[in-house]
Design a protein around this ligand. Structure first.
Ligand code: NAG
Ligand code: NAG
Ligand code: NAG
Ligand code: NAG
Ligand code: NAG
Length: 541
């Protein structure tokens, strides 16, 4: 590294607040160029977003508490941002990389993200957050390994694979965005990709007979739940979005859009190749993506049929969801067991209820939550908040209970007090499965049930070993309840992971606020922050 760059990095780190922690924890550098390239995963050439020429992009490797210095050079002819799905970025929502927190990187320019993966482990992914870029790729795996000497509740696997799977359109992202901008719904996707390859496209995982491997599976697609399985092999679940789980063995796993799961697979079958399959769920039309599990001493190629997903019913999926629990005696990012924080004994100080809806507003299809369909403001909300620029957003421009009224457009921000402990019930009154994500946090998924939630539903909450994660599914005509300890000050995006719905307004920001300004609670604006909209010309010094 050249000296000026080192100086810049140290400056960024020091400006980033907790100097003692940052200076002691290692830092890792990534230099990424984002460009267009042509790929043909479904046999038709189309425009994809590449990172350092790769589709999907490279993995972001890290160890708990590392400082990640990621210089992103935007070689696209349009603005671009990356965001970090599930990485909490404590005290640092400026680095979240969604338009509500961070100015877009203009074409031909670069921006250096400085994140610390403080007190985290696990499997996540990054993705492009602006426009409809996610439909073009630009995503990649994130893994945060445990620090040496912190016990991991399973033996070191022989290898560790990233599996990025998702539904995919043959059409380039600009055309899909045009359909949405025109006020129309998106049609059903054309296929399912595994690591950027279509069925028979050559994605493969090489294993040695008798050894055990970790697969970190993320659904980076746009709307469909995927059932993931490996022909003839069991999968032992070990980690979900940063939490070590009770180790349950499955023959297939439903991975809802935006979610990440880690499983262990032992190569314990006769040596040949086997199908790895991911197929869409809960729709009469089924799309299946395949890859290959290849034994080094393989006697031949995979022989069909590709194993099917379980029958497409929600009960199977719901009962699997209930079996995904925290292993209370396993370590997390710290050596103490994960169960030492007794979330079930903390008093809820606020109860929020969210209900999604779809409606035509001003002749165009929109989606919303609690009566508001989100529209981006002319300035990132976090910057408007920081610089006291009035008229960009109003706190509590979204109610914390469903209204039942018609959908209205707004740059919706819900206010919340730092250090409160809230219950959020997500009501799904629609016929489709939903998936919700909150940036900056992991939350406990305390309950899921059919029909309408009532206060009596609390009796069935799991207050002992619910899974702690950042993305939860909500089954059709059902509810999901989560508990969140609001211990991370900032402006945090809460959104559906159904990407067309997100793009057309089914999201809002949660402003976790403390009146006392201190770098112990929130880092100052990064010195290299890009400034745009009404923040243009302000000073981040
Ligand atoms: C852009 O990259 C250069 C090094 O290539 C770096 O000095 C500069 O700080 C980066 N700009 C931002 C805004 O991070
Ligand atoms: C939970 O973690 C502990 C500690 O690593 C481990 O010994 C135990 O087998 C795990 N239990 C289950 C059910 O996964
Ligand atoms: C995407 O596809 C459309 C229609 O096929 C085409 O008009 C457009 O130029 C393409 N966009 C880019 C950026 O190549
Ligand atoms: C929770 O509330 C109950 C009843 O108001 C109270 O007795 C208890 O001390 C509270 N617990 C905590 C941990 O604050
Ligand atoms: C914004 O207003 C608050 C409270 O009035 C003040 O403490 C803070 O310094 C202001 N921030 C800026 C960047 O002017």
């Amino acid at each position: 590294m050249t000296l000026p760059l080192l100086a810049l990095v140290l400056l960024l780190l020091c400006r980033n607040g907790d100097v003692t922690v940052s200076a002691e924890d290692p830092y890792r550098f990534f230099d990424w160029r984002v460009s267009y390239g042509v790929v043909s995963p479904l046999g038709v050439p189309q425009l994809a977003i590449l990172i350092n020429g790769m589709f999907p992009g490279p993995d972001l490797y890290s160890v708990t508490n590392d400082n990640l210095i990621i210089n992103v050079h935007n070689d696209l002819p349009e603005s671009f941002l990356l965001s970090w799905n599930g990485v909490q970025q404590r005290k640092n929502s400026f680095q979240d990389g969604v338009y509500g927190t961070t100015c877009p990187i203009p074409p031909g320019k670069n921006f250096t993200y400085v994140l610390q993966v403080k007190d985290q482990i696990g499997s996540f992914y990054y993705y492009p957050s602006l426009a409809f870029h996610k439909a073009a790729g630009g995503f990649g795996g994130i893994r945060i390994l445990s620090r040496p000497l912190i016990p991991v509740p399973f033996d070191e696997p022989a290898d560790d694979f990233t599996v990025l799977t998702g539904d995919w359109y043959k059409t380039n992202h600009t055309k899909l965005k045009g359909i949405l901008d025109g006020g129309h719904k998106l049609y059903f996707p054309d296929g399912v990709l595994i690591n950027g390859r279509g069925p028979g496209g050559g994605a493969s995982f090489t294993v040695q007979q008798g050894k055990t491997y970790r697969f970190r599976i993320s659904n980076v697609g746009l709307q469909n739940t995927l059932n993931f399985r490996i022909q003839g092999h069991n999968m032992k679940l070990v980690e979900v979005e940063g939490t070590h789980t009770v180790q349950v063995t499955y023959t297939s796993i439903d991975v809802h859009v935006g979610q990440s799961y880690s499983v262990l697979v032992t190569a314990d079958q006769p040596p040949r190749d086997y199908y790895v399959a991911a197929s869409t769920r809960f729709n009469p039309k089924v799309l299946t993506g395949t890859a290959v599990l290849h034994y080094t001493n393989s006697a031949g190629s995979a022989v069909g049929p590709v194993p099917p997903a379980p029958d497409s019913d929600f009960d199977w999926s719901l009962s699997q969801a209930r079996s995904v629990r925290t292993n209370l005696t396993a370590s997390g990012p710290r050596p103490n067991p994960q169960g030492s924080y007794h979330y079930g004994q903390i008093n809820v100080t606020r109860s929020i209820r969210l209900a999604s809806s779809a409606a035509v507003v001003n002749g165009k299809q929109r989606y919303g939550v609690n009566g508001i369909s989100f529209v981006p403001a002319d300035t990132p909300l976090k910057l408007a908040d920081y610089f006291n620029i009035s008229g960009v957003f109003r706190v509590d421009s979204i109610p914390d209970q469903p209204t039942g009224g018609p959908l209205r457009l707004d740059s919706s921000v819900m206010g919340a007090d730092y250090r409160t402990f809230v219950e959020v019930v997500i009501d799904n009154r629609e016929k489709i499965i939903q998936s919700w994500h909150l940036d900056g946090y992991a939350f406990w998924v305390v309950g899921m049930g059919g029909g309408r939630w009532t206060p009596a539903s609390r009796a069935q909450y799991n207050l002992v070993d619910a899974i702690s994660r950042s993305t939860t599914q909500v089954y059709p005509n059902s509810w999901t309840a989560i508990y969140i300890a609001l211990d991370n000050v900032g402006m945090w995006n809460m959104r559906t992971e159904n990407w067309a719905r997100q793009y057309l307004g089914q999201q809002f920001y949660l402003r976790v606020y403390t009146p006392v300004k201190s770098v112990r609670d929130e880092y100052p604006i990064p010195r290299n922050a890009l400034l745009c909209g009404r923040a243009t010309g302000r000073s981040a010094q």
